[in-house]
Design a protein around this ligand. Sequence first.
Ligand code: NAD
Ligand code: UGA
Length: 470
Amino acid sequence: MVKICCIGAGYVGGPTMAVIALKCPEIEVAVVDISAPRINAWNSDHLPIYEPGLDDVVKKCRGKNLFFSTDVEKHVAEANIVFVSVNTPTKTQGLGAGKAADLTYWESAARMIADVSKSDKIVVEKSTVPVKTAEAIERILTHNRKGINFTILSNPEFLAEGTAIKDLFNPDRVLIGGRETPDGQKAILALRDVYAHWVPVERILCTNLWSAELSKLAANAFLAQRISSVNAMSALCEATGADVSQVSHSIGTDSRIGPKFLNASVGFGGSCFQKDILNLVYICECNGLPEVANYWKQVIKVNDYQKTRFVNRVVSSMFNTVSGKKIAILGFAFKKDTGDTRETPAIDVCKGLLGDKAKLSVYDPQVSEDQIMRDLAMKKFDWDHPAHLQPLSPTTNKQQVSVVWDVQEAVTDAHGICILTEWDEFKNLDYQKVYDNMQKPAFVFDGRNVVDVKKLREIGFIVYSIGKPL
Ligand code: NAD
Ligand code: UGA
């Protein structure tokens, strides 16, 4: 019987392993983590992450062939295939700080695998890592435990949050990279057999290790680059009277460009795009390719520009001051259908407005007050480094920020509304009631282009949308 263990019960490890367990009933899957609260949550009725469809999958397999445990060493020792899906955040200190990937968690997982293993194992890189990481991991694994055969594979994950289960059930492709040796090829086939339970084999791509590792960084860089490209166009649209939705549609109908991922926004967020591009930039610099590094760096710069531009627009439209004015923030998660706030553009926008002394009333259907306050009190890049997390200073934000569980409460007496996440409910709010409850003139700054601009203007709102004529 094949036994799989996944180290890291996060946004990737949890859903991915749950789907493997569902699709491969004869395989026993254990998901392990050093965080006891996280494992407890996976074993409870309130899973640690909000992801449509996830509850169903977990309920069907948990306790049968899917287990969540803090007994990391036992499950690693028993497994034939060990996935490593730990966090790989941006380094905050030392060499490469602010760019390079911090592989501390990965390395400690690799050392632990080497220490506890008593039988041969396939070790799978599920985390997103710099190209050539497998070489370092191999050295750690083989150096520590002679006589045991570790074969390393790269199997990056392409799921997006909010659609993780859909993406896992029906992936565009599964990518498996391995050494071009008999052992490497055998390991690729073993992992391919797991996915082949539900993924058509022609969609399982097999490459060498470095191509697989780099393809993951490249895919995220290309995706983020599309957003920065359309966001750059949105600025030009605002300056010229073109409408970015019409431009996106017009270019997206070219089959070589395609219609997806062309929505202008307040900026992209999420735990990976920025981190992975910075990582790519660092790798290019280390390989003596400054021109290539600068090319990709620009994707991040345009994203930062878009967030700053949004804040500047809010302040300048509201007579150059938001000091003491209540502004409702609708949506804090980095996209709809997730409670994840990692690198959400809402953090930068809120911090920008707080810097201008605004009073914020934040509403998001999936994000807790504690999380929002923590995010607003934290330094850039610190969110994924638990050791850096400072206890929240009650004076930092509480006087300027309130978090509410009701849209109407958020907007009452507000001078302006900023829509920062495209939650469906924001499309169909009773905007007449919203308008009646607000200070006048009432402003709407739609950072996700979800509202019906014409309708809102008829009600009396002053509406600013990304890349739309004023
Ligand atoms: P996460 O922070 O949600 O989960 C990582 C988990 O690993 C945490 O629960 C942490 O406690 C645990 N962990 C860290 N070190 C450990 C150790 N030594 N032993 C046991 N557990 C340990 O992260 P995530 O969002 O699931 O991302 C994981 C990796 O997958 C990252 O490299 C990320 O870039 C990549 N990725 C993420 C997504 C996504 O949508 N979030 C998608 C594709 C790829
Ligand atoms: C992204 C990729 O889409 C996944 O393939 C990848 O596996 C993952 O990163 C990862 O490596 O972590 P995710 O960040 O979960 O997934 O979500 P996306 O749907 O890509 O959205 C990222 C950000 O871009 C969000 O803030 C979203 O609102 C924004 N976005 C997306 C736009 O502003 N415009 C668009 O057209 C699309």
